[in-house]
Design a protein around this ligand. Sequence first.
Ligand SMILES: Nc1ncnc2c1ncn2[C@@H]1O[C@H](COP(=O)(O)OP(=O)(O)OP(=O)(O)O)[C@@H](O)[C@H]1O
Length: 340
Amino acid sequence: MSASPIIDIRNLRTHFHTEKGRVTAVDDVSFHVGRNEVLGVVGESGCGKSVTSEAIMQLLNPEITDFEGEILFDGENLLALDEARLARIRGNDISMIFQDTTSSLNPLYTVGDQIIEALQAHGRQSRQEAARTALEMVKATGIPSPEKRLSEYPHELSGGMRQRIMIAMALVCRPRLLIADEPTTALDVTTQAQILDLIMQMKAELDMAVVFITHDIGVVAEICDRVAVMYLGQVIEDSTVESLFDAPLHPYTRGLMQAMPTIESDPAEDLYTIRGRVPSLFDVPTGCRFAERCPYATGKCRAEAPTLEAATDGHKVRCWHWKAIAAGEMTESEAELQAG
Ligand SMILES: Nc1ncnc2c1ncn2[C@@H]1O[C@H](COP(=O)(O)OP(=O)(O)OP(=O)(O)O)[C@@H](O)[C@H]1O
């Protein structure tokens, strides 16, 4: 990684004021992404992946949201900027793509008009120049008959094509950071692979960094350089992809990997699932947040919250027993005995 990261999140906390009281959806999250790097943020539904990315983009309703910490984008704290400055950064320097294209594409305008509009909102191009750039960008996404597509409305396109158009729109201003929030989840396997290829190709062409949010740890292995695994609002493991797949240290990460289908998986057999459910934000456990689902949990885990500690160079983990588990000194049954 280069010396200064493009984005450096430091001790981010995101609180929501709800009718039932205050909840902390993101609780002391720190990670950074180097220029040109692809960081995967992975975890089950509700662990705070989207809230983290919406905090970076400052898309959360300020009337019900409070932040603590810092989100440094190229050294500038996004949490301290006024709306005018943020509006310039969004789309221009940081862009986001989502699973659901309906939130990005307006059904009432042609695809071409929308890409031209995105360009003109941020640059000083004439309409003619913007139209040329839009066409180049759509061509770059590999859509067949790009000229024809530009004159079509979103509903005239397939899901995969809409996703390509959303990517073209997000990247047309050549941002330095792309946040991709589950962009392939709703697509069939073949289209999914094509969209991942496209994101990686665009990343190389535009020389940008990517934060790739997913619940699918298999996707992380394919495209990411580093990965932050989140659980109930916290990062519980942070590592290079090689180190994570060589030796996952947190029992939750090990569970996610066991639950991942492989080529050898027999579709007739049920895949492994992590027992239990993610606790509610209104009922965050006192000790380790994963303890009640963890096969290795002991009394200490239920009583005291572990911190994120450096296990090896560049590999951090939030678990009291990672060393004993990694060394094979602690089996699941022993943990049950110790707990008992
Ligand atoms: N506006 C809000 N008010 C209260 N709680 C919220 C709000 N937005 C999100 N949350 C809560 O914050 C937690 C984290 O949500 P988030 O959407 O970031 O999870 P996620 O990991 O992205 O899950 P998914 O994969 O389902 O999108 C959830 O418990 C969610 O209910």
